[in-house]
Design a protein around this ligand. Structure first.
Ligand SMILES: [Zn+2]
Length: 171
């Protein structure tokens, strides 16, 4: 078990593409999953927010994300996740990220997506995600392609520090 350092905006690793997991049962894969879980839960405890983390955020360029989203009863690793379906309808929202926790970014996401992934027992799984879970999964899967929410900003006014966002923009 290890809480890892979270890479911050400006670290070039965050812009790199991740490789698919081929060996589900290796020690490396198991350690990555455990470290993602420990780091996510620790971040949540210290910062009061956080529902998902992607492997490149702890410096591992592999296609694994870890979600802990009790409201949607989704908790665990998603290995090699792929968006296989997306709604025409889109939503706009203010997004945050562990890699720049003080910065809010307004982005547009698909309202609904279908995601295929493998769980840690190498079983192929499908989930249909709406609204908050949909945008969370799009955010985390973007990380695996080296894409950060700052690259999805919908315009020059789409940035705010968290304190100012709470004061002026939060609804
Ligand atoms: Zn993020």
């Amino acid at each position: 078990m290890a809480i890892r350092e979270i890479l911050r905006l400006g670290n070039p690793i965050l812009f790199e593409k991740c490789e698919e997991i081929k060996d589900f049962h290796s020690t490396n894969t198991a350690e990555t999953i455990q470290d993602l879980k420990d780091t996510l839960l620790n971040f949540k405890k210290e910062n009061g927010f956080g529902r998902g983390i992607a492997a490149p955020q702890i410096g591992i360029l592999k296609r694994i994300i870890y979600i802990d989203y009790q409201t949607e009863k989704l908790s665990g690793p998603l290995i090699n996740p792929q968006i296989v379906r997306q709604s025409k309808e889109r939503i706009q929202l203010w997004d945050d990220c562990f890699s720049f926790p003080d910065l809010m970014v307004k982005v547009e996401r698909f309202k609904e997506i279908g995601v295929e992934f493998f769980n840690s027992s190498e079983e192929k799984t499908f989930i249909n995600a709406k609204d908050a879970l949909s945008e969370l999964l799009q955010h985390e899967i973007d990380h695996l392609a080296g894409i950060l929410s700052v690259q999805r900003a919908i315009g020059p006014k789409a940035f705010a520090f968290r304190q100012e966002w709470v004061k002026y923009l939060k609804k």
